[in-house]
Design a protein around this ligand. Sequence first.
Ligand code: 5GP
Ligand code: MG
Ligand code: MG
Length: 196
Amino acid sequence: ARDAVFDPDSWYAEEIERTIITEDEIRAKVAELGALVSADFAEGVLDSGDELLLVGVFKGAVMFMADFARALSVPVKMEFMALSSYGSSTTSSGTVRILKDIDSDVAGKHILVVEDIIDSGLTLSWLLKYLEGLHPASVSVVSMLRKPGVQRVDIPVKYVGFDIPNEFVVGYGLDYAERYRELPFVGVLKPEVYQK
Ligand code: 5GP
Ligand code: MG
Ligand code: MG
């Protein structure tokens, strides 16, 4: 439903052009993904006593990680990585540097990378190669959002929340100049925000 979009009295009402995904749609999708992933990993993948190792990517995936982890019915451990990809604030270059690495030994573990959005897929394809080098039992990916640009590299993203149009979005973890991450929905900024 497109009704309860956002509060017209909120501080951001004048800055958001429109909502792409509502808070209700996010909630329903997180529950759906949680059930799907739980079923897939419970069925003979996780040995008894094993956990699924969620690897969240700072900062954008934090909101999704928090919600998604609580929608799972298999036990998990959580790790976070911080990556810097050289490029402008609205595009990525694929040249990646690790600012914060995983803290634990992931050899033999089933890793699920938790991503906010996949655009070109360059950051993720770099990360998957890096993780494969740590000899986990498996690596798969869940991303809340995916843009059409993902075709630039062939990456296997098993679980996707929403395919969205090729526009720059903010909210639910995603920022513009470090702002808007806390918005509970995904939306598009008014052009004048970028021109400031
Ligand atoms: P990729 O390497 O797939 O092109 O881009 C990955 C990263 O770029 C995402 O994790 C995210 O931080 C940023 N990004 C890509 N598209 C968007 C977007 O539409 N909005 C925002 N806020 N960040 C994006
Ligand atoms: Mg990301
Ligand atoms: Mg960003």
